[in-house]
Design a protein around this ligand. Sequence first.
Ligand code: TXA
Ligand code: MG
Length: 336
Amino acid sequence: MGEASLTTLHLLATDPSAVAQAAELARDGHLVAVPTETVYGLAADARQPDAVKKIFAAKGRPADHPLIVHLADKSLVTEWVETLPDYFDALADTFWPGPLTIVAKKQAHVSDVVTGGHPTVGIRVPNHPAMLALLQHINSGLAAPSANPYKKISPTTAEQVLFGLSGKIAAVLDGGPCEVGLESTIVDISSATPRILRAGPITKAALEAVLNIEVDEPDVHTVAVPGNVKAHYQPSKPLTLLSTEELVARLSGQCEANTGVLYYSSQIERMISENSANNELVDLKLGADKAKYAHGLYHGLHQLDQSSATEILLEAPPTAPEWRDVNDRLMRAAAQ
Ligand code: TXA
Ligand code: MG
């Protein structure tokens, strides 16, 4: 299914002719994995429903999960969206190109394959030079979910894309590691009060500071975003979230060989380097500030998943509002 048994091309985003080749593949109705600043996307021309269908087949994604349409710039939004609220300009001018997706009433021509049958469409102008160059080339929108098999961890490198989808897609455009490392904030702007449907790098406070109006952020994210299912973003190995204290207690005892540990605090780092009884740990340190932590999280989870570790213990990050997106993803990653 999808693009059955293909040799997936590995194209380098620094080469303009490779970007042109990726554009040609997309124009011909093929799937191309693309770099963005958040995570890699699995792209097809949003104006070709048959091409977009291949995305669902390659990922094993349910057909009613809508896709985000990526555009080269703000001026193109009205080609895809019917009505925009007054506050749209402030949002787009401040946060685009960047990790913000808006959801608004779609134009009639936008295919149900893209929107999962919903009357709205998600739109984002991503902040990655090669992706923006690609969008200029194809002169259309690129429908793209994260480039991972359904429910698996989103890829932040081309290698990770190939690990999950090699042979199922025509090409991956390798733009290096994604800078942000976590998916965009999704905001429904189809009513007077904007509403966050998925927490992301742009927080409620950041949105409110720009808009000067209240932004809704429901506690339990609803089925309005079908991707917000309880178990998602999952490694294949059992993942347990532990507070720093709980992890200290676990590491003080005898750990089994090949226990994976993903941590960020200097307290855990010290314990691991001092405790020779635990020298069979497969450990990996994440940055301690939010941006660095988010940047390394999916890559770290993926690495431990591919390592000899039999389970993954993760030092739970702080719960301050700034960390909401990280905690949201981790809750789903660790869900049984
Ligand atoms: O950072 C990102 O957003 C990345 C990069 C590739 O742009 N994309 C991404 O796509 O995370 P995906 O498909 O993995 O997650 C997009 C989420 C899904 O949960 C989907 O349900 C929601 O966006 N979404 C898309 N269109 C929507 C709509 N019209 N209404 C409600 N939710 C929508
Ligand atoms: Mg996804």
